[in-house]
Design a protein around this ligand. Sequence first.
Ligand code: GN1
Ligand code: MG
Length: 374
Amino acid sequence: MIYNEIKHVIRHFRYTGEYRSVREIASGNVNVTYRLTFRQSDGSDIEYILQRINTVAFRDPVELMKNILLVCDHITASMARAHLDTSRRIMEFISADNGSLLYRDAAGNYWRSYLYIGGCTAYDGITEPRQFYEAGRGFGEFQKFLFDFPTDKLVETIPGFHDTRKRFYTFVASVAADKVGRAKGLDAEIDFFFDRRKMMSSIVDLMADGTIPTRVTHNDTKLNNVLIDDATGKAICVIDLDTVMPGSALYDYGDAIRYGASTAPEDETDLDKIHIDMNLFRVFTDGFVSEVAGALTRSEIHNLPLGIKVITCELAMRFLTDYLDGDLYFKIRYPRHNLDRARAQMRLLEEVESHFDEMTAYVDSLIPDREEDE
Ligand code: GN1
Ligand code: MG
């Protein structure tokens, strides 16, 4: 029973009301997430999210929570300056009984909790294109609210998270070590990444030579990380702020398209079902650019599709690396899950490659007519 896994934890958070029920939200691949219901004295319910932070991924949960609070405060201030109502738009954390926002249990696990925002949906897949436009707007707005956030105030919660060159070397080391004897028979998959070595380093290179700037970005912009209001259909809140760090606008744009514009789930095993829906590509792009157009440079906009290529390649390689390492990082639902995920993302990357010129022409058509200030 799930309750037994969390009963030792919930009494350490300052919830109001009386515990009623719990269910797991299984869509995340890294942290473990529960949704709790508490009955209030007036008979109404308040819901909370409780998460166990994966410390294989996030080595320092204390620094991580500091990052998140700084980011939430900054977004609150940006919204206030723009005269926007902040209710239901910012994550609200619940204190633990030690006064901090983290509870560390006897086994050393770190837990945190926040208010569940009701009346909205975190979609795992698009049911109407309009949702993807809003997702684009939501992630674009998130970046916009953080444009003036000083990058040096944030710690890297996962060092080198999107340093795809470094990830390539990590992959090569995993192939060489072959710790659990899984590399045999994977020559085609391994070659696939060697063939793309230069391409996958290209964003890191563009940042290093100053062609594109470093920004504070979300870095994990899956569709289900933006909440869409059920009543208005508008994006209201970006969640899952664990990876908010210095990065590139291209990453957030690219990861969102990778996930949301694919015609199949991230771990689809029938590769023939995996395509890029170009209508969804344009819809998301329109939403995203409507928020960030005035703030991104011409080269950032021009290079947005590179974000799709690099992030899809990076994730395919991360899944294969984890498969070779013995599934230490991503939660898996069956034994060869990480290999299936890697193959699905590889196929998706081929689809992105075949549409790349079309994508670039589209983003170029959206570059605002203005004197370039780069
Ligand atoms: C992980 O757990 P989730 O779904 O928020 C991962 C992302 C991947 C994603 C792939 C911290 O995100 O980078 O893109 O899985 N998050 C981390 O589904 O590694
Ligand atoms: Mg997430």
